[in-house]
Design a protein. Structure first.
Length: 179
């Protein structure tokens, strides 16, 4: 049920669009996420792994985080444990500067998602715990080549270009043949 309704459990204003009703390895999904103000961050995820208990998604170049998220569920006695295990670092040096803030936002996002999944299964008072391990504290300067693909920069530029697209709309050549 979690995988089939994946996006519906996300905090309001955030969307996960998959072209298929059930995710399979190799599928690509579109993400539209609330960023700052009216800016929507548009990016995607590649489905890397799926089984009865877990699904792993990988971020593309340009995503804020470079890495994987594994979403899973397993039985622990009579209880069902649901979990999200991200393994990531920043996608480029610009994102690296905002990583401390974005990691806190990411933690809140997934905490709310876990609470929403639990509520869907009838569990109202759920305990969400987090464990963080920093594997590498160095800045990610080697990823400077990823800056042209930075999805936040591209999303902001797209938003800023909106008035120009409106102005250009009447002058666009209509490619549809006359009926």
């Amino acid at each position: 049920r979690w995988r089939a309704n994946f996006s519906s459990f996300w905090p309001p204003g955030n969307f996960f669009y998959s072209p298929f009703t059930d995710l399979s390895p190799g599928d690509v999904a579109l993400l539209n996420l609330k960023a700052v103000g009216r800016v929507k961050l548009s990016t995607g995820m590649l489905v890397m792994y799926v089984d009865d208990e877990a699904i792993t998604l990988m971020t593309p170049v340009g995503h804020f985080f470079a890495g994987f998220n594994t979403f899973g569920a397993h039985r622990n006695g009579d209880d069902t444990v649901i979990q999200i295990q991200p393994l990531f670092r920043s996608g480029d040096p610009i994102y690296d500067m905002g990583l401390p803030i974005m990691a806190r936002i990411e933690d809140k996002f997934w905490t709310q998602t876990l609470r929403n999944v639990a509520a869907n299964f009838g569990v109202a008072d759920v305990e969400v715990t987090q464990t963080k391990v920093c594997i590498d504290k160095k800045r990610n300067w080697s990823a400077v080549k990823n800056i042209p693909h930075n999805s936040l920069i591209r999303s902001i530029l797209y938003l800023l270009a909106t008035p120009f697209r409106w102005i250009a709309r009447p002058f666009k050549k209509n490619d549809k043949p006359d009926a």
